[in-house]
Design a protein around this ligand. Structure first.
Ligand code: DX5
Ligand code: ZN
Length: 225
């Protein structure tokens, strides 16, 4: 790991399986699988059919899962206007709510609102969105989520061209004494997870690679090495 010991940011690596890739007929079983693998986060993808061309879960689903487990609900809102949904998802039991930087709404206000609702906040960038767009907001976030696929669907290929953005966010964090987590989402598997870690990511979302039995063992081995 080179000179990592000089890095003041020492976030423990977290793997957050994505509910999107689980069996939607047995959503609560996903929580059991997460816990059985010694993991403490679940990534929950919320889509509106506008910002992304797909629909997934609403606050009622999150609220129904909440009493089943204490795992940390990492809620990724892919919504054209997330503001009206911040309180419903906080009340449903989300622990972290992340919102995209691309749509037009009051982003600093929404980030503050998430914290005032008692949740950690996160800011999400699509693969083609430059890090510069997030930079003025980085002092007020708990996590930055870099999409390594175009959001909307699981099972896509990891975008290697996002790796320099991870490095840039990692350098910026160190240079400015900030401590946001750097999360990556999309196409993370046994091959790409080590690349993300090396670039500075500390939080890895994995849907297909975790919930498909043929990918899980290799993924778990890759993140433990
Ligand atoms: C895509 C979602 C991802 C998705 C990742 O829009 O944000 O969280 O579940 O799935 P995989 O790991 O299969 O690429
Ligand atoms: Zn996601």
């Amino acid at each position: 790991m080179g000179n990592r010991s000089a890095d003041p940011v020492t976030h423990k690596l977290i793997l957050a399986p994505s509910l999107l890739a689980s069996d939607h007929g047995h959503l609560a079983a996903a929580l059991t699988e997460v816990e059985a693998n010694g993991l403490s986060w679940l990534h929950i993808d919320i889509m509106d059919g506008h910002f992304v061309p797909n629909l997934t879960f609403g606050p009622q689903v999150v609220a129904a899962l909440r009493p089943k487990s204490d795992v940390f609900f990492d809620t990724h809102l892919m919504l054209e206007n997330p503001v009206p949904f911040l309180e419903p998802f906080a009340q449903a039991g989300s622990n972290l709510i992340s919102i995209h930087v691309e749509p037009d709404y009051n982003i600093p206000g929404a980030l503050d609102r998430i914290r005032s609702l008692g949740c950690k906040n996160g800011l999400v960038l699509n693969p083609d969105t430059p890090v510069d767009e997030a930079q003025p907001l980085l002092h007020q976030v708990d996590l930055v989520l870099l999409m390594t696929v175009q959001p909307g669907f699981g099972g896509q290929s990891f975008r290697m061209d996002v790796l320099p953005k991870i490095e840039a966010l990692h350098s910026f964090r160190r240079a400015n004494g900030l401590d946001y987590r750097i999360e990556v989402d999309g196409g993370v598997d046994a091959r790409t997870a080590p690349l993300c870690r090396k670039a500075g990511a500390d939080t890895l979302v994995a849907g297909t690679a975790f919930f498909r039995p043929d990918g899980r063992d290799a993924l778990m081995a890759a993140i433990q090495s």
